[in-house]
Every structure is written in structure tokens, then in C-alpha cells.
Design a protein around this ligand. Structure first.
Ligand code: SF4
Ligand code: ZN
Length: 343
């Protein structure tokens, strides 16, 4: 006998919601998913009427669902937002070029303006070229740091008030775990925040409307809505550490689905003891972006690439930043340490 939807009691259930275990029909699942995102947006007051919002769009399932739901809720609840798509082209042949084609189709489907900023135009380096120099071990450090700044620069070009990203509950829980494992208290404190205010010149506030949406439900939503998204993994994706955290979390989830929310709640409720030293934010003396050091991470990584010393931005070499800033020559030993021999 077919199972009936536990919400409407009328249509046939086609899925069991991973988050609640309820058997639902397609329409009731769509409604429940969209309403939860709406509740998240309203409860955290993520947007103000009249704001221009850039949706960070990669062509992947999360950002495609985000763009779809943001457009739908903006119309359904009259948020009064002007929405735009903002994409970063890291310069990864066979991956990003294809996923950007998906974003371009999404632009047509959702009738939203699109801006693409590329690493090549911003930094003079594509990820393809970076991987050639640094190999496949620390490439995601370069990519992550460059992407953060690239999104801000794109957002400023588009004159948006806010950027929203497709980070989902699984991503947030993973990041909590990783920051606990690394003992990174400053990041641990920040990583569960649903929105950030501008931390300074050149930094656009960000928010995560899908913060409480389970990855499994995002996949189901995209599948049943037949959304056009790109599902291939990055060809340079070694990120082993995040991979382990992800697998661990998935194992926990299979035993207890609430584990994802439990980890997020733990992260949200942690309080940092008085007197724990936090980095003081200033600005980069070279590019003006926020930084707790004289040079921001992006400028250090770039300097390393341009000088053929790619390890400069990996690990702690703050003493050497001052030397580089004042253009003092490095000793042979220092140079050797920063070359890519043991990448
Ligand atoms: Fe960049 Fe690494 Fe993500 Fe690939 S997996 S897009 S290299 S951060
Ligand atoms: Zn800088």
C-alpha cells in the first residue's frame, strides 16, 4: 500500500525527509524546505527591504538551490531585494569552465544579472598555473584565500550590499569540527555565525540562508525540482583534512541524523574564556584588505608565487614578511625553506 504524505494526508509520499524522518509528497517537501529557509532569513533578519544582494554562484547544487529559493522567496514574501549572481573563475580547466557554463544557463533561467571575476584578472595567476608551481598539497589554501577576496572585489564592482553564500548545515558542522581539531579558537567563534558585518574597508557583509538546510535535502530539492546544476568535483580537490571531518560527520549522521544540528548548536553555544588572545584586525599595508598582519594572506601568497617561493604563505613566516616588505634580501637558508622542494 502506498504511504500517504504525513503533511497533506492526500498525495503519495515520495521521500522521507532526512532532517525529520517525515514521509512527504513532493509539494509538501518543497513547501517545508522553502519555509524553513524563509524562517531562517526572517529570524536572523538577514536582509533589509531594498538591499542589493549578490548570490555567490558556482553552478554547484548548493548555490543553484540558493539562487532558486532566494528568487522564489523574494517574490513570495516581497523581500524587496535586487538579486544578482556573482561567480569566481579560479581558472581550473575541465572543472570551473564547465561549471560556469551552468551558471550562465542559470542566469538565463532566473533572469538575474551575472558578474564573473577571475583569478587571472585579479592576481595574474590561474589555479592551473598555481598547481603547476605548488603541486597538489596546499593548492586549496591559495584557492580559498584568493576566493574570499575575489568575492569581495566582485561584490564591490557590482555595488551589492551583501553577499549570500550556499553554505549548508553540513558545511557549517564540518567547519566547527575542523576548527576544534585545529584548536583555532578565533575561527571557531566566528564560523557558526549566520551573518558577518563588514569587518572593514573592502569587506562586504556575508550571510548563509541555507545554514540549517541539510545537504541531503538540498540534493533532494534540486533533484525533484529538476534544477540545472553541475555536480563534478574539482580536479584539484585533495583537501584531505576536510574530507576526514566530512566522512566522520556522515558516519555520525547515519546513526543519528540530528548530529549535524547538534554539532552546529555546540559551536554556537561555546563561549571563549576571558583573556584568550584573539588576532587584532588591521589592514594590509599593500592592498588595503583586512589583515591581522602587516601583509594580508592573499598578498603573502601572491608574493610567494611571484618570487618562486610558494611556501611563504604556508605556515608561519611572519618574521619574513617584514623582511620582504622592506625589500631586504633573504638568506640562502630562508630561500631554501620557502621553495617547493617538500610540497
Ligand atoms: Fe579550489 Fe581546492 Fe576547491 Fe578546487 S577543491 S576549487 S582547488 S579550494
Ligand atoms: Zn593584501
Amino acid at each position: 500500500m502506498p504511504v500517504l504524505c504525513s503533511s497533506c494526508g492526500d498525495k503519495r509520499a515520495v521521500l522521507k525527509r532526512p532532517k525529520t524522518g517525515h514521509s512527504l509528497c513532493k509539494e509538501c517537501f518543497f513547501w517545508a524546505f522553502e519555509e524553513e529557509v524563509h524562517q531562517t532569513i526572517v529570524a536572523a533578519e538577514l536582509f533589509k527591504h531594498g538591499e542589493t544582494v549578490g548570490i555567490a554562484a558556482s553552478g554547484g547544487k548548493d548555490s543553484t538551490v540558493l539562487a532558486h529559493v532566494m528568487k522564489l522567496l523574494n517574490e513570495r514574501y516581497n523581500y524587496g531585494l535586487e538579486l544578482m549572481l556573482l561567480s569566481v573563475d579560479e581558472g581550473i580547466t575541465g572543472y570551473r569552465d564547465d561549471s560556469l557554463e551552468t551558471v550562465k544557463r542559470n542566469q538565463q533561467q532566473y533572469e538575474l544579472p551575472l558578474k564573473i571575476v577571475s583569478y587571472e584578472e585579479l592576481y595574474g595567476w590561474t589555479m592551473d598555473a598555481i598547481v603547476k608551481q605548488v603541486g597538489l598539497k596546499n593548492n586549496c589554501t591559495f584557492c580559498g584565500v584568493f576566493r574570499r577576496q575575489a568575492l569581495d572585489r566582485g561584490a564591490i564592482m557590482l555595488k551589492v550590499d551583501k553577499i549570500c553564500t550556499g553554505h549548508n548545515a553540513d558545511d557549517v558542522a564540518e567547519t566547527v569540527l575542523m576548527n576544534v581539531l585545529r584548536g583555532d579558537i578565533a575561527r571557531l567563534r566566528r564560523c557558526t555565525a549566520i551573518s558577518t558585518t563588514s569587518e572593514g574597508e573592502g569587506v562586504v557583509p556575508r550571510c548563509k540562508p541555507l545554514k540549517y538546510a541539510y545537504e541531503k535535502e538540498i540534493v533532494l530539492y534540486a533533484y525533484f525540482k529538476k534544477l540545472d546544476y553541475f555536480s563534478t568535483e574539482c580536479i584539484y580537490s585533495p583537501n584531505a583534512y576536510r574530507g576526514y571531518a566530512r566522512t566522520f560527520l556522515k558516519d555520525l549522521e547515519s546513526i543519528r541524523p540530528s548530529s549535524i544540528m547538534d554539532v552546529i548548536h555546540s559551536g554556537e553555544n561555546l563561549s571563549v574564556r576571558e583573556g584568550v588572545k584573539m588576532p587584532v584586525q588591521g589592514t594590509c599595508t599593500r592592498c588595503g584588505y583586512i589583515s591581522s598582519q602587516a601583509l594580508c594572506k592573499s598578498c603573502v601568497l601572491l608574493e610567494g608565487l611571484n618570487r618562486g617561493l610558494p611556501k611563504l604563505g604556508i605556515g608561519k613566516h611572519h618574521r619574513l614578511h617584514d623582511k620582504i616588505l622592506s625589500q631586504q634580501p633573504l638568506t640562502e637558508k630562508e630561500e631554501r625553506k620557502l621553495k617547493s622542494v617538500d610540497f
